[in-house]
Design a protein around this ligand. Structure first.
Ligand SMILES: [Zn+2]
Length: 296
């Protein structure tokens, strides 16, 4: 079973999956201050529907995992309306992004776990997102990871961790979750496509976790996918773009007119086929692996 914003689906219904994307991230204070003027939600909705329905018609995209947490401005009404209009399953996230917010620093591990459990009880949430960014995984990050692990142990929902591949902190985050009793097969360490160092990725794959090659878009990426595949981690690889249609990660938020949502289907798949990947290999990467990761 996979919990999507419009209801549960079974593993046979996931089709091709993009396992780490976003439709919007929003800065919660700005949303409160600008109100409806923060962004043109009708324009965002119709662009998102156009992108997802085109990818469904052209390539068979059927499931889109939106990794926007509440403190990244998750918009469940938008996700539901896009899912209904595009006919694409959308999985929404609970959890906390890494920024040290004054209150998050003070609140206890148990309270943060209770908050996520309340979110999951009230809303159709399918994944638990956590995040580590700095090289040192300090007390604050450990508290957030342990709270998320508690929520996993009660709900069995899959865990997706934003990591910084260039300082290798995903390995430490994975070990903290494992030490809490979370099975490796319920953990995805994300953003590993940011490194060229295949050893960093292998170290995490050896723990048994999923490895998110989920910021695809650079010219070197087919080489990286092939190198990780050749090391024997084909069944643990998750391919995605970490793309956003609306982004506040800049001086002023932008509504993008061009996105990379279709890059894997249009560019990466033909390139992998040229390198000898079979239809079955592609099906493993774009359907079987993310479906197994999401299915609880
Ligand atoms: Zn992301």
């Amino acid at each position: 079973m996979i919990r999507c914003v419009l209801g549960n689906i079974s593993a046979e219904d996931t089709g091709l999956v993009l396992p780490h994307e976003h439709i919007v991230c929003r800065e919660p204070c700005s949303v409160e201050m600008f109100g409806d003027a923060y962004y043109d939600s009708a324009a965002i909705q119709s662009d998102a529907v156009r992108w997802l329905s085109d990818l469904k018609a052209q390539y068979g995209l059927a499931t889109f995992v939106d990794c926007t947490t509440p403190n990244l401005g998750r918009d469940l009404d938008l996700l539901k309306s896009v899912s209904a209009a595009a006919g694409v399953n959308i999985v929404a996230s609970t959890g906390f992004y890494y920024g040290v917010e004054p209150m998050l620093g003070l609140l206890s591990e148990d309270y943060l776990a209770e908050a996520m459990l309340a979110d999951i009880a009230r809303n159709p949430i399918g994944v638990i997102k956590s995040a580590v960014e700095m090289e040192e995984v300090g007390e604050y990050q450990i508290k957030l990871l342990r709270a998320a692990a508690k929520v996993h142990l009660q709900t069995h929902l899959p865990m997706i961790v934003h990591s910084n591949a260039n300082n290798g902190n995903g390995f430490r985050a994975a070990n903290i979750l494992l030490s809490c009793g979370v099975p490796a097969t319920s953990i995805t360490i994300g953003h590993l496509s940011d490194t060229e160092n295949v050893d960093t990725i292998s170290r995490i794959a050896e723990l048994g976790c999923y490895i998110g090659l989920d910021r695809l878009g650079e010219k070197r990426h087919p080489d990286l996918i092939e190198a990780v595949w050749q090391r024997g981690y084909g069944r643990q690889m998750l391919l995605s773009h970490d793309e956003l249609l609306f982004s506040p990660f800049c001086e002023r938020p932008i509504h993008k007119k061009e996105t990379r949502y279709g890059h894997i289907f249009a560019d990466i798949v033909p390139e992998l086929q040229k390198r000898g990947f079979s239809a079955q290999d592609i099906h493993l990467l774009l359907h079987e692996n993310p479906t197994r990761m999401l299915n609880v």
